[in-house]
Design a protein around this ligand. Structure first.
Ligand SMILES: C[S@@+](CC[C@H](N)C(=O)[O-])C[C@H]1O[C@@H](n2cnc3c(N)ncnc32)[C@H](O)[C@@H]1O
Length: 472
């Protein structure tokens, strides 16, 4: 079984046949109900077996003011509204929850890349009223009953910043569960839209305005923490950098999410980058100001991972240090990186991977609570090779360093390992405290950690990707 996003041209025959078989033949719907005016522009996600569409679900994007919204008594919201519908599967596949699974992935991917202001569904009261409970369990709330007689529909919606965030996190969590259970891999919606000239739907500006990293932190404490982390990281990275086949100078390096610039300034001085042109891109104005003041010899520009404002194929190396975990849409970042990197160029990613975390039960529970509540993704490195491959990036080097406690006042560097003092190791997790809903579990975990002999560890991973030369 595979899943595919299909254009209406590709999908119409198979999807209409499937809708007809289930809705017309089994449920006695009139034929006109299986056609949606918006189908030609819809986003259609299909489960396929032996080249046949066996299950499908569609999403329709409505701009503010679209008359279809008023007809469903949905008031104006600022951004796009996304209607989900025409969820259908062949009778012989029922019970496998195919549409639940691909639909979950669809909602996650739309939340990540289109950033809609509202999701809604409507269910036909004559045949599908039982779906109301199912949608309610997925955080849709009742909105209105519209129409009359056989045309009555119940409209449900998800609206408002907090509700949409909760909805996103719920669906992200569910997709992880499906995937852990060996579910159907769903390809990237971002890539599908880009390849089908629909990139205008991607919320490049809205996503670029989000900064999940800064949302919960205070710069006064974070800037010095980053600076000292940078020193440890440079010592850890030196050997990794020397083992990576960076192109010789003259060449250009772009660091995305360069923050206060300390780490970039240090790395730029390393041997592999001698003679390189180096530039940092950073979305946060206060960090840019700091970077420019501290390192006037370097070039820092304003921009996000989704919109760097750099010309196409203009860099030989892109680095992203502790940035991917803070992005809602890694796919959109990969699309932009593919655009600005020269074919054959390297993408060098360093980040934590919480999937490697080890520690006592209460601390693991704390990390899990945090990860479920954070709109960035500290598990992204597990998925990154697969996602990057969709955008033409091949993983050519991978390194992993375990950071653990059991050290002394200064970090001790071993092979693929850094030992820190107990308090220093704990301070790596201090960000958890400020995440809403995590303060209590943080206190509990902290007490346990310092009152017992327990140990914790977490891996920092380095992934080096090469952009294939045959990518469009
Ligand atoms: C943990 S800091 C790392 C800073 C620097 N790379 C380092 O290693 O010291 C994360 C950085 O990512 C930036 N960031 C957050 N969201 C971003 C986005 N959408 N695009 C680019 N950078 C982003 C933050 O402003 C911050 O500078």
């Amino acid at each position: 079984m595979t899943a595919q996003w299909l254009t209406w041209d590709e999908a119409a025959d198979g999807m209409l046949a499937l809708r007809r078989r289930v809705f017309v033949d089994e449920m006695s719907w009139p034929e006109k109900r299986i056609h949606r005016d918006r189908d030609p522009d819809g986003l259609h996600l299909c489960a396929m077996s032996g080249g046949e569409i066996v299950a499908a679900i569609s999403a329709y994007v409505y701009e503010p003011g679209a008359p279809e919204l008023a007809a469903l008594e949905l008031s104006r919201v600022e951004g796009p509204s996304v209607g989900i519908g025409m969820r259908v599967e062949l009778p012989e596949y029922r019970g496998q929850l195919l549409t639940a699974e691909i639909g979950t992935s669809m909602l996650r991917q739309i939340s990540e890349s289109l950033l809609p202001s509202r999701f809604f569904v409507y269910v036909h009261a004559d045949t599908l009223l039982h779906l109301v409970d199912r949608y309610a369990r997925r955080n849709f709330s009742y909105h209105a009953q519209v129409g009359s007689g056989a045309d009555t529909v119940v409209v449900m919606k998800v609206e408002g910043e907090e509700e949409l965030e909760r909805f996103y996190l719920q669906h992200r969590d569910l997709t992880r569960k499906y995937s852990a259970a060996g579910g159907i891999p769903v390809p990237s919606l971002v890539r599908f839209l880009a390849e089908n000239k629909r990139a205008d739907l991607l919320a490049v500006t809205g996503l670029g305005a989000e900064n999940h990293y800064l949302r919960q932190l205070r710069l006064e404490t974070e800037a010095p923490r980053l600076a000292s982390q940078g020193q440890v990281m440079l010592a850890e990275q030196r050997q990794r950098l020397s083992m990576t086949p960076f192109p010789p100078a003259p060449a250009s390096l772009l660091d995305i999410g360069s923050g206060p610039g300390d780490y970039l300034a240090a790395v730029a001085g390393e041997a592999p980058f001698a003679g390189y042109q180096v530039r940092g891109v950073e979305p946060a104005a206060e960090l840019l100001t700091r970077a420019r003041a501290a390192y006037p010899e370097l070039d820092f520009r304003e921009g996000s991972a989704y919109a760097t404002d750099e010309p196409e194929s203009s860099h030989d190396v892109i680095t992203a240090n502790f940035v991917f975990v803070h992005l809602r849409s890694p796919d959109l970042a990969l699309l932009e990186m593919r655009r600005i990197l020269r074919p054959g160029g390297l993408l060098y990613v360093v980040d934590v991977n919480d999937a490697t975390f080890t520690g006592p039960e209460v601390v693991r529970r704390m990390m899990q609570t945090y990860n479920q509540a954070y709109a960035g993704d500290r598990l992204i490195l597990n998925d990154l090779p697969k996602r990057a491959q969709e955008f033409g990036f091949e993983l050519v080097r991978q390194f992993s360093t375990t950071v653990r406690d059991g050290g002394g006042a200064r970090p001790v560097f071993g092979e693929d390992e850094i030992r820190l003092g107990k308090a220093d190791a704990w301070s790596l997790l201090s960000f958890v405290r400020t995440q809403p809903g995590c303060a209590e579990i943080f206190e509990e975990a902290q007490q346990h950690y310092f009152a017992t002999e327990c140990q914790i560890s977490l891996n920092i991973e380095t992934h080096v990707y090469r952009l294939r030369t045959d990518t469009a």
